[in-house]
Design a protein around this ligand. Sequence first.
Ligand code: RNT
Ligand code: ZN
Length: 423
Amino acid sequence: MAIEDRRVEQAYALAKERYAEWGVEVDQALSRLSEVAISLHCWQGDDVTGFESLGAELGGGLAVTGNYPGKARTPDELRADLDKAFSLIPGTHRLNLHASYAETGGSRVERNELEPKHFQGWIDWAARKKMGIDFNPTFFAHPKAADGLTLSSPDDAIRTYWIEHGIACRKIGAAIGEALDTPCITNVWIPDGSKDTPIDRKGPRERLTRSLDTIFAEPIDPRFGLDAVECKLFGLGSESYVVGSHEFYLGYAMARKTVLCLDSGHFHPTEVVSDKISSVLNWVDEILLHVSRGVRWDSDHVVTLGEELVAIAQEVVRGGYLNRVHVGLDFFDASINRVAAWAIGSRNALRAFLIALLEPTSLLRDLENAGDFTGRLALLEELKGMPFAAVWDYHCLKQGVPVGRDWLEDVRAYERDVLSGRG
Ligand code: RNT
Ligand code: ZN
């Protein structure tokens, strides 16, 4: 049952007073929250399948489990599902698109021959929504990636094919950014690595450096396109060695002035991305986050409102980094309703930013500077009980999206009316 608007407003008024006692201006926090754009990953909608019908297994260490009915099979279905998801998320966000979602009108187009026109359907759709798009070359789920090596492959023909794919995608990214008038981040993630201990760790990394340098050789107007590189510790089938490790890409991003992508599922389980943000932003201008949730491994579970998610948002806000950090999501769960997965993950990411924006940071910093660690801990814990949910509900109301759990009813209706008809 829908909660009455009046009750939402009353709860908000009380919450506002409570935050004011801490010196926090709630309206200001909400207006800053409206500026946070989440790049919603298209691949949650169809289990990273894409539209190429190559019949190749996903591979690359990526694994989607579950067979919940109703997955999107066509670009129109995927866009309809995304429309539904966006209607449940307050604010204006972005789409994160993979090259494997090209629309080639039924004919087979090799990945190294993709062009902006193959993404026109996506561009037109995003333009109507006044929304930006980010982009990713797809270096997996392809016969030429079957042995797990792409840009670092010792095979010249294979490596060249993937370099050409990277170059093609960068041009597509720039065309998307120009068409939509907001820079498109084209993020390179490759699966390259090995299951068992390699003798040669150096050769593949040297080849990867040369491949990337070739892909990025032509300058791109930063108003249209930005390049990002995504590191990883290990994957299924690349447990012993990943060519594009954190050190590799941190160095690359610093030396070549690209954006660095940090995926929260890509590190040792006791390592956290929240602690890396203020380190790497000393050395690179901008980062892209792939907000994910690994459970025991890089399992890409739907993002929940947990301690690390809030810590990531706090680090971004406390550091004053909102304009240098791009926020993308990266999870894929086929065991639950896929639209709900988007809604849950995105709403959680935004709620984490709201919690961070409602923090009386200068008060906490003063305690820390005065050496009052008792006060710092006490207040941090008290803040966890503050009524941020009343502020969130009000934000959803004002942004015209469902308040509280009402969004679930929308998803259930969509499942009944649309998804269940997909066979
Ligand atoms: C894989 C990386 C990469 C992918 C997407 C589909 O471990 O996280 O970002 O999840 O490109
Ligand atoms: Zn990722």
